[in-house]
Design a protein around this ligand. Structure first.
Ligand code: CA2
Length: 155
């Protein structure tokens, strides 16, 4: 698929990810959410895509963002639903319902952490999952999404 200038990907970050870079650097690194969003904007631009970056601490608002992505014909979704990944059937259902291709990112390797982080409901509704690459996972996710969409890097 050729990339058109108005193709947008939604980058959704869930609860507590607004705190990135302020504490627990041993787990989540030193980068801030603003750094993540810049990384996503720059990576999307590499493919001629726009990144619409949102963060919410509320489950319902994240669901609204997913519905909006569908309504606005977004090309894809990159989602780190934070702890809601492990609890939210509602977010799973929203991702399933809209059929916008979604890729899940976790900054930490959730499989090497507490057992309650090993299962992700939202991952079942995503075409792929990345975990443990730090914030570089977002960049890799956009590369993966572009490949899934058949969008080539801009010359
Ligand atoms: O590794 C990830 O990206 C997580 O989605 C992050 C969630 C956690 O609940 C998931 O199990 C894995 C937590 C995000 C909290 O982010 C903070 C960042 C800095 C300081 C405190 C919390």
């Amino acid at each position: 698929m050729a990339s058109s200038p108005d193709q947008t990907i939604y980058v959704l970050n869930g609860p507590n990810l607004n705190l990135l870079g302020t504490r627990e650097p041993e787990t989540y690194g030193h980068a801030t959410l603003a750094d993540v969003e810049k990384l996503c904007t720059d990576t999307a631009a590499h493919f001629g895509l726009k990144a619409d970056c949102r963060q919410s601490n509320r489950e319902g608002e994240l669901i609204d963002f997913i519905h909006e992505a569908h309504a606005k014909k977004a090309a894809g979704i990159v989602i780190n639903a934070g702890a809601y990944s492990h609890t939210s059937i509602a977010l799973h259902d929203a991702l399933k319902a809209v059929k916008v291709p979604a890729i899940e990112v976790h900054i930490s390797n959730i499989h090497a952490r507490e057992s309650f982080r090993h299962h992700s409901f939202t991952a079942r509704a995503a075409f792929a999952t990345l975990a443990g690459f730090g914030i570089d996972g977002y960049r890799l996710a956009i590369f993966g999404l572009a490949a899934k969409l058949g969008v080539k890097a801009k010359a």
